[in-house]
Write a protein that binds this ligand. Sequence first.
Ligand code: RP5
Length: 171
Amino acid sequence: MSSTTGPTGPTGPRVGIVMGSDSDWPTMQAAAEALAEFDIAHEADVVSAHRMPEEMLAYGKEAAGRGLSVIIAGAGGAAHLPGMLASVTPLPVIGVPVPLRHLDGLDSLLSIVQMPAGVPVATVAVGGARNAGLLAVRILAATDPALQQRMVDFQAELKASAHAKGEVVRR
Ligand code: RP5
């Protein structure tokens, strides 16, 4: 899989979504959907740490120079992809533990979250690709007031929706 969505401009994709296998896409596509909601140009690729280590390292080393600002990396099982990318890029890396058939994603979570000091990976919940996308938006919004206002509006909608659900429960 390889795709680029969102407005095209001189800078190209701002966020790179990578995963260990195309079988991770059903989980990872929620990150792409969140980015699309905020019109963030992004790309999605399979870059396996174990099956294509040279390509994985090249992706991480070239990401900042290509204009990416954030990497979202998802993998399952022995999920080394987010940590290995974080070791070769200065960009923020958000790790998504992908749940597999065995161990319910606990293996993926622990593989991603237990990074040594000095090499951070911001790990979301097992299967939490939507939050990975929203966290990437927040990172970009820190230096983009218009995008930050859109995040504020999004949070207000979330609150209104939670209130509406609460009203249904109380009826
Ligand atoms: C991991 O192995 C991938 O990230 C995927 O979650 C898992 C299984 O991959 P496939 O056997 O489906 O290709 O490296």
